[in-house]
Design a protein around this ligand. Structure first.
Ligand code: 16G
Length: 248
């Protein structure tokens, strides 16, 4: 997609956003690169400067671009955006940013679920669940440590998978027939501890974002409970909020 459709149902600013998003994921525009000005974009795509500005501003708000006063707008380097609207996995998020995801498996086992995990997965404490601890990187830079607990019939087969080469969500969906439906996620601010700092290659006490996610395959059937620690200064969680119209 590289043209703006005038008659279609999609607003022009939205189409421009999608075009720019694609330029990032195709690596036409690289992290740190200056993007064309509002004027250039509006001339190139035949729209008003205001419309071009709206598209840029939204991508700034989503963390894909950043502005430098007097210099222009640039493609973000480090801030990885996870949209809180769609259920996506790490691999998808990083690829959508035009970066290369990679993984180091820190540990993998069938382990008894503790009370909290059991509660989230709606099983009895002590039941064996597949437990996976991974370091997640983008362009070889460590971003997060994730501990996922998975429970489904046959989950022990995951022990034989190469989870450094394969995305967990992709495997679940394509090989195990586990189609993810929805997830609940909590975010909490914190600080990186000494153990984490070493793995994430940041100073002890750096800002951290703790997340907890429960992913479901059916409304009442959780399959994954994951706790993650993201480097706070490298990650943005984005959500768009709509105000409900009050009925009078
Ligand atoms: C995300 C999820 C994590 C999931 C992983 C799958 C959060 C907070 N966590 O990182 O629960 O296991 O994606 O990624 O978003 P993968 O498909 O690349 O293995």
């Amino acid at each position: 997609m590289n043209t703006i459709y005038r008659k279609g149902p999609l607003p022009r600013y939205y189409q421009l956003k999608e075009i720019m998003r694609e330029k990032i994921s195709n690596r036409d525009w690289l992290p740190g690169q200056l993007i064309p000005s509002e004027r250039e974009l509006s001339e190139q795509y035949g729209m008003s400067r205001m419309t071009a500005r709206q598209a840029i501003t939204e991508l700034v708000n989503e963390g894909l671009f950043y502005r430098e006063q007097g210099k222009g707008t640039f493609v973000s380097r480090h801030k990885i955006t996870q949209q809180l609207l769609h259920l996506t996995g790490f691999t998808e998020d990083i690829r959508a940013r035009g970066q290369r995801p990679s993984t180091r498996v820190l540990s993998m086992s069938m382990s008894p679920a503790d009370e909290k995990t059991a509660d989230y997965l709606r099983i009895k404490p002590g039941q064996l669940v597949f437990t996976l601890q991974r370091l997640r990187l983008a362009d070889d830079e460590p971003l997060a440590i994730e501990v996922s607990h998975l429970n489904f019939i046959g989950c022990e087969k995951l022990l034989e998978e190469d989870l450094e080469q394969h995305s967990l969500y992709q495997l679940l969906e394509t090989k195990y027939g586990m189609l993810l439906l929805e997830a609940e996620q909590e975010l909490e601010a914190g600080l990186i501890s000494s153990k984490e700092a070493e793995k994430l290659k940041v100073p002890i006490g750096s800002p951290a974002l703790y997340t907890r996610r429960t992913a479901y395959i059916e409304r009442n059937q959780p399959i994954e409970y994951a706790r993650s620690i993201y480097c706070g200064h490298k990650y943005v969680f984005y959500t768009s909020l709509k105000r409900e119209q009050l009925l009078s």
